[in-house]
Design a protein around this ligand. Sequence first.
Ligand code: ZN
Length: 342
Amino acid sequence: MMISRVDDRVLFNIPKVELHCHLELAYRPSTMKLWAVEDGDLQEGCSDEEFKTKYMVLSPMIDLPTVLQKFLVTRDRIKSIERIEQLAFEACEDMYIISNVRILELRYAPSFVLEVFPELGADKLHEAIVRGCARAETKYPMAVGLICVLQRVKSVSENEYWADFAIERKGEILGLDLADDEVNYPPDVFAHIFQKAKSKGLGITVHAGEPSLPQAPRNIITSIEKLGSDRIGHGVQSIHDHKVIDILIETGIPLELCPTSNVLTKAVDRIESHPLAELMDLGVRTTINSDDPGVMGISLMTEYDKAHNTLGLSLKQLELCNRWAAHASFICKEKKEKVWPL
Ligand SMILES: [Zn+2]
């Protein structure tokens, strides 16, 4: 295939939708470095290299614990309400300024932050995030929505609690997600929680079919049939299973694909073998997302550059991904219409 390199400006000019981004890992690196120095975790005047070594995942992970350690050290820095509000505002601002994102969904796991800083309180944590996003929406022509992430490593009863937390804040929280270790924690046991959230009007998206596992196709099917998933987080392994592909085409359920993340977590061998283009050619609704831009040192622009210049998606195909993403976004139509030609 002939791949033409286009100017970054052309890619930037495409108005974008970001559906899959974890707020806790979507920090602005310069801010995170500042916090690390303030907290004494890094020395005053430390180099960017030192910061990257300790905080960022820039090459395919050697093992999961190494990556998790970087997530944990990041979490240790988001310890005050002021920082959390700043984190949310800057995540939105960078999406607009760097990548021309107009519709943005950020997801966060209250259980993840509160596990180490329970004194913050769930309400204050949530309100700080809402304030940060609202500030960005006032300043830029963008619509921002929140998704509550449940951690599959936590118990069913704890996740029932957080699902109710999300349901009570419907409007500010638009959807429910299930994330974390897919290897050891299948989605089935959480089905009733997601069914309840869905019946109360929340959108459902589930991380499924991300790592290369024998049960990956089954996890995608379970997420759709038992958890009521409206979208699938990653689902990159669907390419290996015709039955899953057929279901995705029949239902029109979109995949939230995150190319760089899939390489760094070794869900795919290398960027050239990412199935984004192939899935799209098969008729699956694909969307392009950044997952963890802060910790992975990327922006959504990086993903568009790879999608276009490495994977060969045409500008028209990139626009189609955005159209599908805008349609699949849990943000209400009225709010989307203000920033997006639906
Ligand atoms: Zn994710």
